[in-house]
Design a protein around this ligand. Structure first.
Ligand code: ARG
Ligand code: ZN
Length: 851
């Protein structure tokens, strides 16, 4: 149900709530369609507020009774909640409401997933549970009583009394309502324990359905590793007696950091070698860490308002990235983070959805859980650390926890801590939070042989973005190293702080003209434009002592070779193939890193690169060139492939650690080239022999790509039809790998499969999200891809606005394409917008995308 006109909320309009809350008591009487929620809330006037209107949010609630200090009160139902005459003194509000969890398909508030009750309250779901000031700056302690038949009844904090049909929980830490959680169901626990640095024993549990018990061990270990890491690296100790994680099948996002009761999408916590790939294990480890780290960066210190979302998300992503780098290979982790940033955040920042890391307006906050807030938000923290140095960063973080523990804070508070800890003025740095768009940094070189001075002149610029026509120069930390013509490092990495629009870096007293390695480790989220020839790139690919830039040089070479094939029908670059051969043959390199050295840019990536150059991308040509390029690599590396494949097979049990996963990644990347030569023979034997999902799925992908997958697809389904998470892979793989002419048909056929369930976000994304990710298929000139996605988005919007709105971003690059495709897409976007009763979520997204 959409309000008459969607309302825009502005950061500049922030005012504190008129009341403070001392305590909240909630009683839940669970029932699938008639859950009763009784609330008892102690309010008192907020001395810092100017407006004492007593307004409580509420959505889809049936009010049974409302009392103030024990007396029935008359309430006024207003847009988004209710109002009553709030006394100008402390008082007790009591209300009883009725809600219907089993019909809640939006998966926000209290809902049911496969017969179990669970909640998702961030950002504004608590208002679907009871009337409440549902805003993060209102914090309170919660005491919860759950009455229900389910054997397991969980909420936040520490456990209290428990008996037949009820359980009580009490959370001693003040928290905003978005961190509230409740779970009830027939669950079993995979137990664990952790002793904190000060000697406190914490009970740990991962709660799952009985049939998932064998998939918990890895997540439990990741949780313990995270708890230890946060103590060792940030000095942060856990603060309750118990930490519970629950796996839920129907979940809009990855996971949620509810205090002491994290709720996870089952795909983000459950894993076993037979059913999960190395990539799944790695993601699970990172998400468990992320949610656990929120206990300090998010829960103990939360956000004043939702505009400050990056305060907790950017910082927590940054922390989980540091954790992954420490647990696994730091070099590979950095490459993966940058690939993800470029694949998800760059297109957002360079299209109609571009917004600052700290947005200043929104209609639906759920639409701002974006790659910009999360991943660019993390990059901004990384830059801050680079600029102030590791020690100052550690001091600033200590000060942040000391000064703001228990607060609902802002980006201003965060930056002030750094200013106070370091004496630095961060006024200009703050532009990273307020100015949207990806800066371009171009560089030119100069060499003065006489004085031995080498100069790099940098120029930065950022194109206008929606609502921001003028951009000011930002502070950009540029990591620079210098190599000799023989490839020796003659100057270790230095940070050049760029603050002006144009600025020159100089190295003096050099005896030879050096070769610069610029933006090492991807020291800032910018697009570096270097006017260098491919011989230079090949040199860096062979010699750069910075592992990130070495990989980047190879990537740039491959990209240019591909663009030349697409634009000029050129043959695959001999220089590239030759360079790749040399580097790829080096078996002293870490296998995971080596696998990335031969990976080529994806088709969407190439399309965006072309568009950025002002060339209209042709999806068919990009697809054909990508295939031809891969074939050329296979031919060029031919004799190396089989030995690498053999050398990277592992005897013994599957271990999803850095070493094992690295070898499998390299062997599988080689398998994809071998398949180009043997047509799938090796893939078939790997498919048959594999005892783990990493090898099984890679082999299946190769068979499908080679057009030999029919039997394997059937066999795979028969083997795994009882396992939802595996069947998600089965749906997704078929759509993702379908040829350009077939993708829309394959997706449509799968939506008719009995296992397709549009109410389950994982399955919906596995099918329709995979279509959007199949570049040549989605952008098929018939428009069939656009139409199939649109049909389903329109259907899903009635049930689940949040997931619908997120998936609309598939259309965000539409203006990059030719007029025919633009017209086809525009017609679909308008069809969505014209839908009767379109959700606020989707309406905002489509309106922004249309521009
Ligand atoms: N705070 C969660 C996380 O990043 C994400 C929850 C977002 N949920 C939502 N409906 N917007 O870990
Ligand atoms: Zn988060």
């Amino acid at each position: 149900m959409r309000d008459a006109a969607p309302q825009t909320i502005y950061l500049k309009d922030y005012t504190p709530f008129g009341y403070l809350i001392d305590s909240v008591e909630l009683t839940f009487k669970l029932h699938p369609t008639k859950t009763r929620v009784l609330s008892k809330i102690a309010f008192r006037p907020n001395p810092e507020a100017t407006d004492n209107r007593f307004f409580l949010h509420g959505e889809d609630l049936t009010l049974i009774s409302a009392k103030i200090d024990g007396q029935d009160v008359t309430v006024r139902h207003v847009d988004g909640g209710l109002e009553a005459d709030g006394p100008a003194r402390a008082f007790i509000w009591e209300a009883e409401v009725e809600i219907s969890p089993s019909t809640n398909t939006a998966l926000e508030g209290l809902y049911m997933s496969n017969g179990m009750y669970c909640t998702q309250c961030e950002a504004e779901g608590f208002r679907k549970i009871t009337y409440y000031p549902d805003r993060p700056d209102v914090m309170a302690t919660f005491d919860v009583r759950i009455e229900g038949e389910e054997p397991i009844l969980l909420s936040n904090g520490n456990p209290g009394a428990k008996g037949e049909g009820f359980a009580e929980w009490s959370d001693p830490w003040k928290k905003p309502a978005y961190l509230f959680a409740l779970v009830a169901g027939d669950l079993i626990n995979h137990p664990g324990s952790f002793t904190t640095q000060s000697g406190k024993d914490v009970e740990l549990n991962i709660w799952v359905r009985p049939w998932d018990e064998h998939k918990c061990a890895f997540g439990m270990q990741a949780l313990k590793d995270s708890m230890k890491w946060d103590e060792d690296v940030y000095g942060r100790e856990y603060d309750l007696d118990i930490f519970n994680i629950v796996a839920v099948d129907d979940f809009n996002m990855g996971a949620m950091e509810n205090k002491g009761l994290n709720i996870f999408n089952s795909s983000a916590v459950l894993a076993s070698p037979e059913t999960s790939t190395d990539a799944n294990f790695k993601r699970i480890e990172a998400i468990i860490a992320h949610e656990y780290f929120h206990n300090w960066t998010g829960n103990r210190i939360t956000c004043r308002d939702w505009f400050q979302l990056c305060l907790k998300e950017g910082l927590t992503v940054y922390r989980d990235q540091q954790f992954t780098a420490d647990m696994r290979s730091g070099d590979v982790a950095r490459i993966e983070n940058v690939l993800a940033l470029r694949a998800r955040q760059f297109p957002e920042d360079q299209g109609p959805l571009s917004h600052p890391v700290r947005p200043e307006e929104f209609q639906e906050i759920n639409n701002f859980y974006t790659a910009t807030v999360y991943e660019k938000g993390a990059e901004v923290i990384g830059m801050l650390k680079t600029l102030v140095g590791d020690d100052a960063y550690a001091n600033a973080l200590d000060l942040y926890f000391e000064r703001h523990d228990g607060d609902a804070a802002t980006i201003e508070d965060w930056l002030k801590v750094f200013e106070d800890a370091t004496g630095r003025d961060l006024t200009q740095f703050k532009l990273w939070y307020s100015q949207s768009g990806t800066p371009k940094v171009s560089v030119s070189e100069d060499w003065d042989a006489e004085s031995g001075t080498f100069s790099l002149t940098f120029t930065q610029s950022t194109a206008p973005t929606p609502g921001q026509d003028v951009k000011d120069p930002k502070v950009i930390p540029i990591a620079i190293g210098l190599l000799s013509p023989e490839g020796e490092e003659i100057q270790a990495t230095e940070i050049f702080e760029m603050t002006e629009a144009t600025q020159t870096y100089q190295a003096k007293g050099l005896s030879v003209r050096p070769v610069p390695s610029i933006l090492r480790g991807f020291s800032a989220p910018v697009i570096l434009e270097q006017d260098i020839d491919n011989t230079r790139r090949a040199f860096l690919f062979a010699h750069d002592t910075d592992s990130f830039n070495r990989w980047e040089a190879g990537r740039d070479l491959a990209r240019d070779a591909l663009l030349d094939m697409i634009e000029n029908d050129a043959a695959p670059s001999a220089l590239y193939l030759d360079s790749l051969r040399k580097v790829f043959a080096d078996d002293t390199l870490d296998p995971a890193y080596r696998a990335y050295l031969q990976a080529q840019p994806g088709e969407s990536d190439l399309a965006r690169t072309l568009a950025a150059k002002g060339v209209t991308p042709d999806p068919d040509k990009i697809h054909a060139a990508s295939k031809a390029f891969k074939q050329a690599k296979a031919d060029a590396l031919k004799d190396l492939l089989r030995p690498i494949y053999e050398d990277n097979q592992i005897d013994g049990p599957f271990v999803p650690d850095a070493e094992g996963s690295g070898k499998r990644a390299l062997a599988n990347s080689v398998l994809s080239l071998i398949t180009k030569l043997d047509g799938g023979t090796l893939a078939q034997s790997q498919f048959e022999a594999a005892d783990n999902m990493t090898q099984k799925l890679a082999a299946l992908s190769q068979l499908v790509t080679a057009g030999k997958g029919t039997d394997a697809i059937t066999a795979f389904y028969d083997q795994w039809k009882e396992d939802r998470l595996v069947i998600d892979k089965w749906f997704s793989l078929q759509v993702a790998l379908a040829g350009p002419d077939d993708a829309a048909k394959v997706a449509t056929a799968l939506t008719q499969h009995p296992d397709f369930d549009m109410k389950n976000p994982n399955r919906f994304r596995a099918t329709l999200g995979a279509l959007a990710g199949n570049h040549a298929g989605f952008h098929h000139k018939s428009g069939a891809g656009y139409k199939v996605l649109t049909d389903w988005l329109i259907k899903l919007d009635d049930l689940n606005p949040q997931t619908t709105a997120r998936m609309c971003s598939a259309f965000q690059t539409w203006k990059n394409y030719d007029p025919d495709r633009q017209a086809l897409i525009k017609a679909q976007l308008e069809r969505i917008l014209a839908k009767e009763g379109l959700s606020r979520d989707t309406s905002e997204m489509i309106t922004r995308i249309l521009g």
